[in-house]
Design a protein. Structure first.
Length: 314
C-alpha cells in the first residue's frame, strides 16, 4: 500500500434522491429529478473525496458480503482508494442509507446499521497507521473500537508522526467518555456545530470548543453549515465563512470538508487556508447529489475557492 492519508471507521453505501417531498400512497410511482448511489460515511466518504482531490488514500472499514459491498469497493477503487484494509463480514449486509432530499434541502433518511458497526482495530490497521502521514478517524460509536482500541490506534499513529484528525458520526450517551480517550491523540477535532454544542451542553461555539481543547484536542474545527467553520486553537478563535452557493444536497458536506482540509494540509496550506479549501470542497459537493457532487479535482477546487464569493458572516 502506498498512501499518505489513512481513513478508518464508518464506510457505507448512500442512495440519495431529490426532490422527495412526499411518499407516494400505496404502490404509486413518483418521478424525481435524480438519484445518486455512492460510497459514503465519515471514513468512506472522506476517503473518496480525498482521493478525488489527488491525495493517495487508504480506507479501513467493514463491509458485508453483498452486492452493495462489491459496488462500494469498485467505486472506491475507480477513484484510486486503496481498500486492502477492508474487513469483509459475509454474514452481514453492508451499512447503507436511503436519503430523501426535499426541495427545501432537508434530508430525512433511513439507515441500516450493517457491517460497519462491527469494524475492528487489527494488527494490519495498526501497521498501516504507523506509515500514514495523516490519520483520519471516523469510527466513534463502533461496538468493537470504543473503550480503548480506537484510542490505541490514534496514539500509535501519532507516535509514528502522523497528523491525526477525528470526526463524529452522531453523538450518543457514550461519546464523551470515548472522546476523553481519543482527544489527547487528536490534532484536529472536526465535529459539526450541532454535535459539538450538544455534547458541551451550550449554544456558544467558543465554550464548546474550549471544552474539547481542555479534553486534549490540539485544534477544534467546528463545521457550521452555511456559516462556514468556527476554529479554536487555544490561542485564537476565528470564523472562516462558507461560499455563497445554492445547495442541492448537503449529505456529505461534513465528510468532504474533512477530506479537503486534509488534502490542503498535505499541500502545505496554513490552517486558515486549509479551512477555506475545505469549505470550497464542501461547497462543490453540496451543488449536486451524492458524495462527490460537482467535485472534480484539486486545481478546479482551488480555482473555485479563489473565485467564488463567500457569505457575509452573521
Amino acid at each position: 500500500m502506498t498512501f499518505r492519508l489513512l481513513c478508518a471507521g464508518l464506510a457505507t453505501l448512500d442512495i440519495a434522491g431529490r426532490p422527495i417531498d412526499s411518499i407516494p400512497a400505496h404502490g404509486g410511482t413518483q418521478l424525481v429529478e435524480g438519484i445518486a448511489v455512492a460510497p459514503a460515511g465519515t471514513a468512506g466518504g472522506a476517503a473518496l473525496v480525498a482521493a478525488t482531490l489527488g491525495l493517495p488514500t487508504a480506507l479501513a472499514g467493514a463491509i458485508g458480503g453483498d452486492g452493495a459491498a462489491r459496488f462500494v469497493r469498485a467505486e472506491l477503487a475507480a477513484a484510486g482508494v486503496d481498500t486492502a484494509l477492508f474487513q469483509t463480514l459475509p454474514e452481514r449486509r453492508t451499512s447503507a442509507t436511503m436519503l430523501t432530499i426535499r426541495s427545501d434541502g432537508e434530508r430525512p433518511n433511513f439507515h441500516a446499521l450493517g457491517a460497519s458497526l462491527y469494524f475492528e482495530v487489527t494488527a494490519a490497521l495498526l501497521a498501516a497507521a504507523a506509515k500514514a502521514k495523516f490519520m483520519h478517524w471516523g469510527g466513534v460509536g463502533g461496538h468493537r473500537v470504543d473503550g480503548g482500541p480506537a484510542a490505541s490506534l490514534l496514539a500509535h499513529a501519532k507516535a509514528a508522526g502522523a497528523t491525526v484528525s477525528c470526526d463524529l458520526i452522531g453523538p450518543g450517551p457514550r461519546t464523551l467518555a470515548e472522546l476523553a480517550r481519543l482527544l489527547p491523540h487528536v490534532d484536529y477535532f472536526m465535529p459539526n456545530m450541532q454535535e459539538a454544542c450538544y455534547l458541551a451542553e451550550t449554544e456558544n461555539p467558543a465554550d464548546a470548543a474550549s471544552m474539547f481543547l481542555r479534553m486534549g484536542a490540539g485544534t477544534c474545527v467546528l463545521k457550521w453549515g452555511a456559516r462556514g467553520v468556527f476554529v479554536a486553537t487555544g490561542g485564537e478563535d476565528f470564523l472562516v465563512p462558507a461560499h455563497d452557493i445554492r445547495a442541492i444536497d448537503t449529505t456529505s458536506c461534513g465528510d468532504s470538508f474533512c477530506a479537503g482540509f486534509i488534502a490542503a494540509l498535505d499541500r502545505g496550506f496554513a490552517l486558515k487556508d486549509a479551512c477555506r479549501f475545505g469549505n470550497a470542497t464542501a461547497a462543490l459537493v453540496a451543488q449536486d447529489l451524492g458524495t462527490l457532487g460537482k467535485l472534480k479535482d484539486f486545481e478546479s477546487t482551488r480555482q473555485f475557492m479563489t473565485e467564488t464569493p463567500v457569505r457575509t458572516p452573521l
